[in-house]
Ligand binder design. Sequence first.
Ligand SMILES: *[C@@H]1O[C@H](CO)[C@@H](O)[C@H](O)[C@H]1NC(C)=O
Ligand SMILES: *[C@@H]1O[C@H](CO)[C@@H](O)[C@H](O)[C@H]1NC(C)=O
Ligand SMILES: *[C@@H]1O[C@H](CO)[C@@H](O)[C@H](O)[C@H]1NC(C)=O
Ligand SMILES: *[C@@H]1O[C@H](CO)[C@@H](O)[C@H](O)[C@H]1NC(C)=O
Ligand SMILES: *[C@@H]1O[C@H](CO)[C@@H](O)[C@H](O)[C@H]1NC(C)=O
Ligand SMILES: *[C@@H]1O[C@H](CO)[C@@H](O)[C@H](O)[C@H]1NC(C)=O
Length: 279
Amino acid sequence: MFSFICGTLTLNLTLALFALVCCPGSGEKAFTVHVRPKKLTVKPKGSLEVNCSTTCNQPEMGGLETPLNKTVLAEQTQWKHYLISDISEDTVFHCHFTCSGEQVSVSFNVSVYQPPTQVILTLQPTWVAVGKSFTIECRVPAVEPLDSLTLFLFRGNETLHSQTFGKGAPALQEATATFNSTAHREDRHRNFSCLAVLDLLSRGGDIFHKHSEPRMLKIYEPVPDNQMVIIATVVSVLLFLFVTSVLLCFVFSQHWRQRRTGTYRVRAAWRRLPQAFWA
Ligand SMILES: *[C@@H]1O[C@H](CO)[C@@H](O)[C@H](O)[C@H]1NC(C)=O
Ligand SMILES: *[C@@H]1O[C@H](CO)[C@@H](O)[C@H](O)[C@H]1NC(C)=O
Ligand SMILES: *[C@@H]1O[C@H](CO)[C@@H](O)[C@H](O)[C@H]1NC(C)=O
Ligand SMILES: *[C@@H]1O[C@H](CO)[C@@H](O)[C@H](O)[C@H]1NC(C)=O
Ligand SMILES: *[C@@H]1O[C@H](CO)[C@@H](O)[C@H](O)[C@H]1NC(C)=O
Ligand SMILES: *[C@@H]1O[C@H](CO)[C@@H](O)[C@H](O)[C@H]1NC(C)=O
């Protein structure tokens, strides 16, 4: 009984799977269009090659739509290989083929990029007292696209800050990251640096890394102003107490001696008194 139910269940599942694999939704195009590569990156004013192809055996028409300069490098009935030149901004291109009066078109994106070539790190100020704050600034001119860029600020091998950017204005291809930090005593032995990473993997490109020159801070011990005031006050109060006590001691001892000698004089006079009478 159990094995019978199991068998039916398996059969039903197999049938369902078979239906899914063999009979996709109707109304599908009888042919497809492909473009290789699907995503491309190019430097400003650069050129690149693309291949538009179709599964249609005898396409009536086919090609690449673009207002830019294009050259057919090679072609056969089912494909066309193009060179597109002078690409200066991000562009969407379309490959299309017409088969039995039906047109199919696919698009592909080309991203214009400039890898970071200059990474400029500045520390402001360069002379800092321990515990005081300073500003680290990293500037990368002529880099795009900004939304694929990350700037990392390092103290030695420790990441202090990382910054990403939104889509920048097309004319402004400069990125800046700033971070305020506090100077440590050990910082005099550490290098500060900045790393720019342009990650174009999702756009069909590579990853570019560029490090700044390392920079060092000049660290000095702070003048402990309020600490100094406290110490000075305590020392002067102690000095005052000491001087006062020495003075008081002196005054009292003088006074005591005077009183003692004063008593002696009185006694001597007292002793002398009967002599004065009897004389
Ligand atoms: C263009 O693509 C088609 C289909 O993938 C391929 O047969 C053909 O060799 C490619 N042409 C060039 C020049 O790469
Ligand atoms: C295409 O290239 C030719 C010569 O290479 C040039 O004369 C023409 O102006 C270019 N056209 C465009 C739209 O860039
Ligand atoms: C092209 O880029 C647009 C946004 O810029 C995106 O929506 C689209 O999916 C991309 N197409 C391809 C084929 O990557
Ligand atoms: C940084 O370098 C020090 C020694 O130079 C090491 O002990 C420490 O683990 C490193 N930290 C990281 C995050 O790599
Ligand atoms: C860093 O400090 C300066 C001056 O103290 C201040 O003007 C600036 O806004 C601070 N920047 C950040 C990113 O906190
Ligand atoms: C800091 O950078 C300089 C120059 O690259 C290098 O000579 C020095 O060894 C570095 N110091 C430390 C502590 O990493």
